[in-house]
Design a protein around this ligand. Structure first.
Ligand code: ADP
Ligand code: ADP
Length: 234
C-alpha cells in the first residue's frame, strides 16, 4: 500500500508545434510511508512530474505503478480506482467559498455518499489533528492563508488515501506561517504515515521534512541526485 514506481518517465509538451521536453527518463522507487521531497530550479519539471503522478496528464513515455497497479491505461487515461488512493494539495487551497470549513474538509466524503453525521465526525477528528477545531463552522474567507492550507490538507486526507501529493503547498505563505505548517505537516505525517511526495524549491523545507530528497537537473528535468536523509524520527 502506497508504493510508487516511476519507470522511465519522459514528458514532452506539444503546444502549436512547439515541443518542450519537460522531464526526461526519470525512474524512481518510493516506498510505502516514505516522505519524498522533489527539489530543483524553477522550470526543471517538478510540477510536470507531480501532475503526471497525480493522474492529471499521461507521460509521453514510461509507466507509473501505484501499489503495483498501472496508473494510466494503454490509451493514457488515468484509472479511477488507482487515483482514488491519491490525495492532492496545490499551492492554492481552492476551497469552496460558500461552504463552511468542515464541509470543505468533508467534500470528498460527500462524493463517496458518507452520511452527514459521519462526515461531521470525521471533519471534527481531522480538525482536532490540525488545529482547526474552533474554525469548523467558519467560512474560508474568515481564515488566514495558513489555516486555509490546513483545510486543504485535511480535505485531501479525509478519504484516507495512502498517498499524499503536494505541489508547493506553502509557497504563497509568509516565512513564519510556512514554518508552522511544516511543523504541523510533520506531526500529521507522523500520525498517519502516508507516503508523501512534496514539491518545493526550498532546501530548508526539504531538509526538514524529507526521508529522501530527489534533485532534478535544470531543464529538462533528469534525475540528478537522490539523497537518503537518515535521522531519527520520534
Ligand atoms: P517546475 O515545476 O520545476 O517549475 P514545470 O514542470 O512547471 O517545472 O515546467 C517544466 C518545463 O515544461 C518548463 O519549460 C515549462 O515551461 C514547460 N511546461 C510546463 N507546463 C507546460 C504546459 N502545460 N505546456 C507547455 N509547456 C509546459
Ligand atoms: P451546502 O450543502 O453547504 O448548503 P451547497 O452546495 O448547497 O452547500 O451551496 C450552498 C449555497 O451556495 C447555495 O445557496 C448555492 O446556491 C450556492 N452555490 C452552490 N454552488 C455555487 C456556485 N458554483 N457558485 C456560487 N454559488 C453556489
Amino acid at each position: 500500500e502506497g508504493a510508487i514506481e516511476i519507470d522511465g518517465i519522459t514528458k514532452v509538451y506539444d503546444t502549436k508545434g512547439q515541443r518542450t521536453l519537460a522531464v526526461e527518463d526519470v525512474s524512481l522507487e518510493i516506498e510505502p510511508g516514505e516522505f519524498v521531497v522533489l527539489i530543483g530550479r524553477s522550470g526543471c519539471g517538478k510540477s510536470t512530474l507531480l501532475r503526471t503522478l497525480a493522474g492529471l496528464q499521461a507521460p509521453t513515455d514510461g509507466a507509473i505503478r501505484i501499489s503495483g497497479q498501472s496508473l494510466y491505461s494503454p490509451e493514457g487515461k488515468a484509472v479511477p480506482e488507482v487515483i482514488g488512493d491519491l490525495g492532492f494539495v496545490f499551492q492554492d487551497a481552492n476551497l469552496l467559498p460558500w461552504r463552511s470549513v468542515w464541509k470543505n474538509i468533508a467534500l470528498p466524503l460527500e462524493v463517496q455518499r458518507m452520511s452527514r453525521p459521519d462526515r461531521r465526525r470525521r471533519a471534527e477528528e481531522l480538525g482536532e489533528l490540525s488545529g482547526l477545531s474552533e474554525f469548523l463552522d467558519h467560512l474560508p474567507r474568515q481564515l488566514s492563508g495558513g489555516m486555509r492550507q490546513r483545510v486543504a490538507i485535511m480535505r485531501a486526507l479525509a478519504p484516507e488515501p495512502s498517498i499524499l501529493l503536494m505541489d508547493e503547498p506553502f509557497s504563497a505563505l509568509d516565512a513564519i506561517t510556512r514554518d508552522e505548517l511544516n511543523m504541523a505537516l510533520q506531526l500529521i505525517w507522523l500520525e498517519f504515515r502516508k507516503t508523501v511526495v512534496l514539491v518545493t524549491h526550498s532546501i530548508t523545507e526539504a531538509a526538514f521534512l524529507a526521508d529522501k530528497i530527489v534533485l532534478l537537473s535544470p531543464h529538462p528535468g533528469r534525475l540528478q541526485k537522490v539523497i537518503k536523509v537518515d535521522f531519527p524520527r520520534p
